[in-house]
Design a protein around this ligand. Structure first.
Ligand SMILES: C[S@@+](CC[C@H](N)C(=O)[O-])C[C@H]1O[C@@H](n2cnc3c(N)ncnc32)[C@H](O)[C@@H]1O
Length: 222
């Protein structure tokens, strides 16, 4: 129920999300996290990149514009439609459940990236267990997510579902979905349980707040 609410919410907010990203309305992205995820990908010098949960496609298209061969996938057809109009990357509609069950037709990539796109309790570990099958030999998995220490706020620092919110976003947003909070330790354990080893962790700092805007995990097949 909660997992399906996540997808229903992204479907309902596809237009508002595209506007917010393309009009650069999300300040933490502009100040810190867009550049941080781009650097984390580019520094690995991949030839081929899979952007999982690509949304309206900004990252996939930015990378394709820099000469990388990029496939973006997302469960929401309305977002993929917008992504296709936005640049040079290739895009397909695919959900995490489908990818967890059967991969992407045997295709492998030098780097798989997930930028603020992992929210579920069950869907996320299932997807991550499939990542080694999506990576070329020596390939890397890059995840950018909210920094758990900052995102936990006043609530206990413990895994669990959290209420969604569009606070700070425009009135065009509706029906925020809950998301599953994970501690730093849980993220690292989830990678390990999927046969991945953490090789790097970056904590981009937001110049306005002085706090980490996110955490970026870089993992490789152990
Ligand atoms: C916050 S947006 C991030 C989009 C993009 N990565 C970016 O950086 O702008 C989260 C994305 O994750 C996608 N997503 C969430 N759950 C998914 C699932 N189970 N399967 C595929 N995509 C999913 C949503 O459709 C949405 O596009």
């Amino acid at each position: 129920m909660t997992e399906s609410h996540i997808l229903a919410s992204w479907a309902a907010n596809a237009a508002a999300w595209t506007e917010a990203v393309r009009n650069r309305e999300i300040e933490s992205r502009v100040r810190a996290t867009d550049a941080a995820v781009l650097a984390a990908v580019v520094d690995r010098r991949p030839r081929t990149v899979l952007d999982l949960g690509c949304g309206e496609g900004w990252l996939a298209n930015e990378l394709a514009g820099r000469g990388f061969e990029v496939l973006g996938v997302d469960a929401i057809a309305a977002l993929i439609e917008r992504a296709r109009g936005g640049g040079k990357a290739a895009f397909e509609v695919a959900g995490y459940r489908q990818i967890a069950e059967s991969g992407l037709g045997g295709r492998r990539f030098d780097l798989v990236v997930c930028n603020f796109a992992l929210f579920g309790e069950e869907s996320v570990p299932s997807l991550i267990r499939r990542i080694p099958d999506l990576l070329s030999p020596g390939g890397a998995f890059v995840v950018q997510t909210l920094h758990p220490v900052v995102a936990s706020g006043d609530q206990p620092y413990a895994d669990g579902w959290r209420k969604g919110s569009w606070a700070g976003f425009s009135d065009a947003f509706t029906d925020p979905a809950p998301w599953y909070f994970r501690t730093l330790g849980t993220w690292v354990a989830m990678l390990r349980d999927a046969g991945l080893a953490l090789v790097e962790m970056r904590e981009p700092v937001d110049s306005k707040t002085g706090k980490p805007a996110s955490v970026i995990f870089v993992a490789k097949v152990a």
